[in-house]
Ligand binder design. Structure first.
Ligand code: HEC
Ligand code: HEC
Length: 292
């Protein structure tokens, strides 16, 4: 009510409310204290000679009940917002109440936050309650993409439970990933390399780590174009988020067609930043859950 656009509408609501209440008072009193029909028998209709309409008021306790409700409304409207933009004597508002409840919410968690801040990762990992809390946060914030068991999904969102880490496996690197997000940038090679070269380098990449890769015709193309990010041996580079191509773990897929598609069209996975959405304690719990 406090943000009604103009004084006119606020005044209009005040008038309407007061007139309604006054009408109600009049109605109640007129029912109970009007001169009764018995005093003016001529005013009371009678049918079939003895069928009288009767105009007895409801029992008197109804009167007291209605009166009490009216008094309650008046007191309520004086204390709380309700009459147009009048804020009420208590100056109560929903907004204030929410702010207050956030404050009590924050203080009620201060102790456990301090507890988390004072522990190191190993201590957190050994605390069953904290790890369960971490899993709840993960389910709420991360599982939509990484899956409820953190094992990734849809060949788009990486498995966080395996040993392969695109952006690094240390607690610091994982924390950085969660706080700041990550944007992977692997350019599209189609126009640079052309079909033939892509087929060859894809074939080489698929074989990487096997003996078949030695003397592979795609090796030269790889060395000319790919080592800067993926490394000579294909081990990748966590600073760039360039994944290990020599292991058997693939984000987008390890069949030859998918590898070709990755190379030809490029890839740009985006992990959103959570530094604004989660507080330090929550991030620490997640790091403890993921870093092992
Ligand atoms: C909107 C989808 C989305 C959400 C939500 C999301 N992620 Fe991610 N995350 C990704 C994508 C996509 C990548 C892969 C980025 C890339 O291609 O390099 C990723 C990568 C990561 C990595 C790096 C993995 C590696 O191999 O280095 C970590 C760690 C991670 N996410 C943790 C989390 C945590 C913890 C949460 C919840 C707080 C979360 N993610 C929520 C999409 C998401
Ligand atoms: C500028 C650095 C850079 C260069 C150069 C580069 N890549 Fe990548 N590559 C990346 C990054 C970063 C990713 C991860 C993309 C993502 O997570 O969305 C990636 C992903 C891939 C993938 C997908 C891996 C998976 O797990 O599904 C393949 C395959 C690949 N690169 C092959 C190549 C080949 C072949 C070349 C050379 C022709 C090459 N890359 C050159 C940075 C690079």
């Amino acid at each position: 009510m406090a943000d009604l656009p103009t004084g006119f509408w606020s005044g209009w609501i005040i008038v309407l409310t007061c007139v309604s209440l006054a009408t109600l008072v009049w109605l109640i009193f007129s029912v109970y204290f009007a001169p009764s029909a018995n005093e003016h028998p001529e005013a009371e209709p009678v049918w079939d000679n003895d069928l009288r309409e009767g105009s007895n008021a409801p029992p008197l306790w109804w009167f007291w009940m209605l009166l009490a409700a009216l008094v309650f409304s008046l007191i309520y409207l004086m204390l709380y917002p309700g009459l147009g933009s009048y804020k009420g004597l208590l100056n109560w508002s929903h907004g204030k109440r929410i702010v207050e409840s956030y404050e009590t919410y924050d203080t009620s968690f201060q102790e456990i936050r301090a507890d988390i801040a004072s522990k190191n990762l190993a201590e957190i990992q050994n605390d069953l309650d904290l790890m369960q809390a971490a899993e709840r946060i993960f389910k709420r914030e991360c599982s939509a993409c990484h899956g409820p068991d953190a094992r990734g999904q849809a060949s788009l969102f990486p498995n966080l439970m395996d040993i392969d880490w695109q952006w690094g496996s240390s607690a610091e690197q994982i924390e950085q990933t969660i706080r700041g997000g990550r944007v992977a940038n692997m350019l599209a090679w189609q126009s640079i390399l052309g079909d033939e070269n892509i087929n060859q380098v894809a074939d080489y990449v698929a074989d990487m780590g096997d003996s078949a890769a030695a003397d592979h015709p795609g090796q030269v193309i790889y060395q000319q174009n790919c080592v800067a990010c993926h490394g000579v041996d294909g081990a990748g580079n966590p600073l760039l988020g360039a994944p290990n191509l020599a292991d058997n773990i693939w984000l987008y897929g390890g069949d030859i067609e998918t590898i070709k598609a990755s190379i030809a069209a490029g890839r740009g996975g985006v992990m959103p930043a959570f530094n604004k959405r989660l507080d330090d304690a929550q991030i620490k719990l997640l790091v403890a859950m993921l870093a092992r």
